[in-house]
Design a protein around this ligand. Sequence first.
Ligand SMILES: [Zn+2]
Length: 80
Amino acid sequence: MPKERNNDSQWSAVPSHKHCVVCGKSVGTEKDICSPECENTLVTRRKSQKRSTWIFMGVLGAMAIVWLIILPMLSKKPTP
Ligand SMILES: [Zn+2]
């Protein structure tokens, strides 16, 4: 009967290995991914992560523009 979780004391008994970063299957020490399908999933995931990073930077940039340009314009007192 296999156990789902290992105690700390049992870690030393487990041979060094990695798990697939996509599906979690056990893979060798030199690989991160178990199959070409998982590699495709990882590439797609990284692309979408990169896109959301750019969107986040864009939002930050827009907020910086508002903060630096528009707010000082609004706070200026109108000249009589
Ligand atoms: Zn996998």
